[in-house]
Structure formats: C-alpha cells, structure tokens
Design a protein around this ligand. Sequence first.
Ligand code: AHM
Ligand code: MG
Length: 339
Amino acid sequence: MRTRKSIKTLTEFIIERQQEYPHAKGALTRLLNDIATAAKIVNREVNSAGLVDILGYAGKENVQGEAQKKLDIFANDQFITALQAGAECCAIASEENEKVISFKNEFSELGKYVIAIDPLDGSSNIEANVSIGTIFSIYRRKSEIGGGTLDDLLQPGVNMVAAGYVIYGSSTMLVFTTGKGVNGFTLDPSVGIFCLSHEDMRFPEKSNIYSINEGNYIHFQEGVKKYLKYCQEEDPVTNRPYTSRYIGSLVADFHRNLIKGGIFIYPGTKKNPKGKLRLLYECNPVAFIAEQAGGKATDGFNRIMNIQPESLHQRAPLFVGPKDMVEKAEEFLKEHSPA
Ligand code: AHM
Ligand code: MG
C-alpha cells in the first residue's frame, strides 16, 4: 500500500502565508489561484496533444513574426479568460499579443494587479514531447482607475510582487515566489490539485552545469566564448569541466539548473545584441525566482531586475543561475567585451 506524507495544497499554503499580512484582502491569493486554474487546463491539453488535432501550426504569426502554434493560442486564451474572470488583474501583456490587453468591464477595472505572461514558452518543442512552460510576473498597477495601461506594465523587475512558472514536464509543477523564498507545487493529476513538494527551493552549493545554445558560438562576443572555454577546462578544485545541458525550453532549462545547480545563458550576439529572450515575461520572472533562491540574474553587466523597460516585447541578454557562476561569467564579459 502506498503511504503519503501529510499534504499541503497550494490554496492552503497561500492562505497560510496571507495570514502574515493582516491587512491583505486575498487579491493576490485569488490571482495565483486563477493562474493555477488556467495552468491545469493547459496541462490537460498539453498532455493530450498527441491525441487530438491540436499539434502543429495555427497558420498565423504573432507580433514578433513567429509562427504561432495551436497550443500557444489555446494557452493564451485560457490565461486571459481566467484572469479576466478572476477580476484581480486589470491588464495583461502576453507574448502572443502585440498590445496590452486592458480589462475594462465593470469588475476587472477594480483589479489591482497587472501581469506579464508567456503562456506557452518553448513551444517549438511541443511535437517532440519535450517539457514546455508558462512564465509570469505580477505587478501592482500604477494607474488608479479604469483598465490597466502600457505604463502599468513598463515597470522594472524590482517592482514585481510575485513571479513564477509552470513546467509541463514528466510531472507538472508550479514554482513561484512572492519575495519570501521560492516554493514548488506538483500537480497531483488524480485529484487536480497542486501540492507543496519543493519547500524553500535554493540553488545547490555546488554546481557544474552550463546551458547555452552553443550552435550560436560563432556569433558570441569574445567574453562569452572565453567563459565557455573556462567551463570546458579541467580543474578538479572547481569541479571543471562542467557538464553541458540544453533543452531549448527556458522553463525546463532553468528548472533543472535550479534543482541540480547550473548557469543558463542566452547572450546577445553581434547581430542581436539584446539576445532573444523577452525582458517582461521571460527574463524578469526567472530573475526574481533566481534571486529568491540565492542566485543572480544579469544581462552580463547589469541586474536584470533593475532594467527599466521601454517597450512591451523588449529583449535582454540573460545570465542566470548560482551567484558564483554568474559572477564568473560576468568577469569574462567585463574583461573581454566591455559594455
Ligand atoms: P519562445 O518564447 O518563442 O518559445 O522562445 C523562447 C525559447 C526559450 O524557451 C528558450 O530558452 C529559447 O527560446 C531557445 O532558443 P534557441 O532555440 O535559439 O536556443
Ligand atoms: Mg517564450
């Protein structure tokens, strides 16, 4: 017979934490629950993606000219619907929409929060049954009335009140922070409930993984090339050579590195100095989680969470992982590729 430890559900966990703030009205709790609800629906669809006619391209392109997959659109719709119905959020910036989606109905105008979200990150991996994810960051609105605005979303990462990701992998997990550590919840599919499984997640003390798309090596700046050579050199004291792991799904790569210890890099190149990843809904949420787990996230020179965004879909180079690894990479950048 299988025995079980006592279970703490996501809802119990956030209500318990909310009690630390006697004046809180539970809006953030409800918002996180809305995200969890949409994630469960997306999870169901991702799991049956091979069975139903949902794989493949939808025949449209998103604002960045990328082909949208059916599941990208499905996931986007689910999160927008859940957040609008939940009425705690007054605007969303999504990777799939060019402009801010501002909720103007009589309920959602009251929402205190805005969300930046990548509803289905790493979707080029869907057909191959590789882990994909949802990434989100939550801010308090700046405007006072009406639907949320672009200005509400163009806030630096230091203003985030919460951030997280859902990984649709061999199991489905929701990992998030509200600025008091990082906690991970695994979905029990038999009952459809997220249960606390990874309490107070921290990067391990010793790390030996580096994750980067080395196929782009020729385009990397000198500092990145030199750092990669450093990772590959032999030195038993620092546990080198490191091992290379790269999935091509930010959530999956970051999650593995958080658990096992490793740096994730998506650098700028000569052609694309700002790299590929989007500041608002990819770099910032991952940076907040990394910092809360004892790590660091920079663009090679500056703290990611200090960057003042100028546009909704702006990109930033990303170096994220255990502090010592990120700082070592920064040393190489500063020495070989001055900002
Ligand atoms: P997407 O938002 O279009 O899915 O692209 C983002 C993904 C990240 O998940 C991943 O880290 C990166 O693109 C991989 O890019 P590349 O294939 O250039 O290595
Ligand atoms: Mg993405």
